[in-house]
Ligand binder design. Structure first.
Ligand SMILES: Cc1ncc(C[n+]2csc(CCOP(=O)(O)OP(=O)(O)O)c2C)c(N)n1
Ligand SMILES: [Mg+2]
Length: 790
């Protein structure tokens, strides 16, 4: 048990007030003081932050250790920034610019904030699951012998009660149970309010049962120390019964109304019952209000005791009863989510906090403890001893990955072969790779790799089929040395795990090279989690296969259409769609290095891409076996594949049409060019390996020219500069046609874009290519019409 000295408790009480004040003032400043210039009047922070001020004080100034990591509930971001400000790790400028340009962010952001945010939050539910997966990743890293000299951290989420409605949280709890989750705390701010409403009665009991069912300890923090004392007075038990039976709505309303209303209601409902009536009447209105709002989640001693008592690594769910807006005039009001204190309310709050006008930002203003004493206390706050990890070392990646290319092969098979080859190696590169998949490990061709490197589990588990000598292609053994994490079918979990794996270099100081696989259409299922992972700059390779209507007999439910556009538009994710296995080998080598790049370098003037800054990579692959080109991989070809396109057939000066294709549709494009060339037409064939990178380079080069860099040229600009202006371009891919439609805008060529716009269906591949107009005759027809319109 962690005994706390009275003087420390007194200082923590002062800090609690300071957090509440600074967070409230920061929001007020953004909404009222800066109001005239930027009209930022948006609520959602003041009440929500206040609800967590005590919990965060207890955590950050006492319970957290330097190695612990926290995902802060989005709307409590002002508390976080205030705490960091008090610790000297956040600037006043950033607070003054809260929600403004370059200011402290509305929701904690790893990438945009400068005060050491552990996990970004904003889209509710995702940050919560991120802590769970980060705990698993910490175990993974340590089991592989990295970072064992450092103490284990706890991964902590500060969770809104309404946030728990998000299904991804429950998906993660299930996975956590399977994987033997440890060192994870979820602290639920049980203020019984969401954005719109007051939550259902008795929700805490559902949570309790649920968490216990999945092996979590549940600690319910309901009554604060004042209430607990009162319960020990004569009549106290009766008061407790009344509170326990009071509906959430009524409790909230009384909190809002204050002491006189509490007294009236308690008298009406309990009546004249001697002891309990005396208990109530002994207190003034203010004292009664203070007593009745003394829930444990807003009571420092209760929280310090609960956090300090933990002496094990089991996952814990703390259900902390709180009052939304605690300490502020709109506390408890059901409409308070968007509530902001009026200037008049702020004035009286300021007076109550003993803050002099003009001293609102002073760190130690209005406190009843000497500044020196507080400074000294802050210097010894355990969390403040945190120092950043040295940058994780970059793992060397050869320019070429070994792959035996068969005459006819699919990119998905190629992926399996490359991984299988890596699996054979005794290299640092192979050791750092960690693969994962939501129940599609075998069907995305990771089986060979998993056979070699086995599955990860903290405790070894034999493959019974193997020990029983039943023949099986797969050797499904689990061990702490394994390098594949098998997930249940939950794409949200895949992306959040990738997010956690992909931040290991920053969180654990140990670099991992994560590769996750899934079917392309199901990217949409976890898209927000993918976006979340990218937003916080996690680094991973996503291999999506199979894709498009090319998996013909599988039908419309499994055929992806929009994903190439996601690849283009998703920030932080470079998308490639190679057609051939030699391209894939080049791209995968590039990707393994690209995900490790870190820095603030500007765009490269070579291809106008941010290759020095790095990012994550998405590979859209296919199960369609196609004939492979036999060619030497020259440095020029390799660079073009990485930059996004190369000429399979270079257009001559009399070129009339160019076919630009991406991905598994390559044979149709090649065949169409052959058909047209029979009429002695000069036809060019452009192989696009990354519409995303071509587009990004083009946009960046234009921006460069607009900024005066007149010689800026993107890769696609150089390629299409060789195409006469009268020439038409037919683009084609197994995906949405808009992916390549913009090619015409590069130099003003006429374009006809073929692709898939409507849901697919079952059928043989030729039927479907014909039906959707992406087979060779359709390409040739499109070219014909385009030429006719010249
Ligand atoms: C995915 C997602 N949907 C909706 C929102 C908008 N939103 C922000 S907070 C919130 C509910 C807040 O309730 P709770 O989690 O209980 O926190 P409290 O306001 O009580 O502090 C909602 C719906 C969001 N941020 N993310
Ligand atoms: Mg709530």
């Amino acid at each position: 048990m962690d005994r706390i000295r009275p003087d420390a408790l007194r200082i923590l009480g002062e800090l609690e007030k300071k957090v509440l004040w600074l967070a409230s003032w920061t929001i007020h400043h953004a909404n009222h003081v800066r109001e005239s210039t930027d009209g930022l009047k948006v609520g959602g922070h003041q009440a929500s932050s206040a609800s967590l001020a005590t919990i965060m004080t207890a955590l950050y100034f006492r319970a957290l250790r330097p190695q612990d990591r926290v995902a802060v509930k989005p709307h409590a971001s002002p508390n976080f920034h205030a705490i960091q400000y008090l610790l000297g790790r956040q600037t006043r400028d950033k607070l003054e610019a809260f929600r403004g340009y370059k200011g402290a962010q509305s929701y904690p952001s790893r990438t945009k904030d400068t005060d050491d945010v552990d996990f970004s939050t904003g889209s509710v539910g995702l940050g919560v699951a991120q802590t769970l997966f980060s705990s698993l990743v910490q175990d993974y890293v340590r089991a592989h012998g990295w970072g064992v000299e450092r103490p284990e951290g706890r991964m902590i989420a500060l969770v809104g009660d309404a946030e728990l409605d998000e299904g991804n949280i429950f998906e993660s709890i299930l996975e956590g149970w399977k994987q033997g989750l440890r060192n994870c705390w979820w602290v639920i701010d049980y203020n019984r309010q969401s954005l719109d409403a007051v939550v259902r009665e008795g929700l805490w009991a559902r949570y309790e049962a649920l968490f216990r069912a999945f092996g979590w300890d549940v600690v319910i923090l309901k009554y604060g120390s004042l209430l607990q004392e009162a319960f020990r007075e004569p009549g106290g038990e009766r008061l407790r019964d009344w509170i326990d039976n009071c509906p959430n709505q009524l409790y909230s309303a009384l909190v809002f109304q204050g002491g006189a209303a509490w007294r009236r209601r308690l008298h009406d409902e309990i009546g004249d019952q001697g002891d309990v009536t005396r208990l109530i009447d002994r207190r003034s209105d203010d004292e009664l209000a203070r007593l009745m709002t003394n829930l444990a989640g807003n009571d420092l001693p209760s929280l310090l005791e609960a956090f300090g008592n933990v002496d094990h690594d089991r996952p814990i769910c703390f259900i902390c009863y709180t009052i939304k807006g605690f300490g502020l005039p709109f506390a408890g009001h059901k409409d308070n989510h968007a509530g902001l204190m009026t200037p008049a309310q702020m004035e009286s709050f300021r007076t109550a906090m003993r803050i002099r006008p003009g001293h609102e930002w002073d760190r130690f203003e209005g406190l009843s403890v000497a500044a020196g004493e507080i400074e000294n206390f802050l210097k010894h706050v355990p969390f403040a001893a945190r120092t950043p990890h040295p940058p994780a070392t970059e793992i060397a990646v050869p320019a070429e990955l070994t792959v035996a290319i068969q005459p006819t092969m699919s990119t998905q098979t190629g992926f399996g072969v490359i991984l299988n080859e890596l699996g054979k190696q005794d290299s640092e590169l192979a050791r750092r790779i960690i693969t994962t998949s939501p129940d599609v490990t075998v069907s995305t061709n990771l089986g060979g790799w998993v056979n070699r490197r086995s599955l990860f589990a903290r405790e070894a588990m034999a493959d019974t089929f193997k020990s029983e000598r039943i023949p099986s292609t797969f050797n499904w053994e689990f061990s702490p040395k394994g390098q594949h994490i098998e997930l249940g079918i939950a794409e949200n979990n895949l992306f959040i795990l990738l997010s956690a794996l992909g931040l290991s270099h920053a969180i654990n100081g140990a670099r991992l090279l994560p590769i996750g696989t899934l079917y392309d259409p199901f990217i949409a299922r976890g898209l927000d989690a993918l976006n979340y992972a990218c937003y916080q700059d996690a680094r991973f390779i996503l291999v999506a296969t199979p894709s498009g209507i090319t998996l013909a007999p599988e039908g419309g439910a499994h055929q992806s259409i929009a994903e190439p556009l996601i690849g283009i538009s998703q920030d932080g994710l470079a998308m490639f769609e190679p057609a051939f296995v030699d391209e894939l080998a080049v791209i995968l080598a590039f990707a393994l290095s690209y995900i490790q790049k870190q820095g603030n370098a500007d765009v490269s003037e070579k291809n106008w891409l941010r290759d020095e800054t790095g990012g994550s990579v998405y590979l859209r692959l296919s199960t369609r076996p196609i004939e492979q080109p036999r060619r030497a991989m020259t440095p020029e070809l390799r660079q073009s594949i990485i930059d996004g396109a190369y000429w399979m057939r270079k257009p001559g000066p009399n070129c009339q049409v160019v076919v630009a294709y991406a991905g598994a549709i390559a044979p149709e494009a090649i065949q169409a060019v052959g058909l047209m060339a029979e009429d002695r037409r000069d036809v060019g064939l452009l192989a696009v390996t990354s519409a995303d990178r071509l587009n990004a380079g083009w946009t960046a080069a234009q921006r460069g020219r607009e900024r005066g860099l007149v010689h800026a040229r993107a890769h696609i600009e150089r390629l299409l500069a060789e195409v006469p202006s009268h020439c038409g371009i037919v683009t084609v891919l197994d995906g949405h046609p808009a992916t390549l439609a913009w090619l015409g805008a590069v130099h003003g060529h006429r374009v006809r874009s073929l692709g898939v716009e409507h849901f697919g269906q079952t059928g043989a591949l030729p039927d479907l290519y014909r039906h959707y107009g992406i087979d060779a005759p359709a390409i040739a027809r499109a070219a014909q019409v385009l030429l006719g319109s010249a």
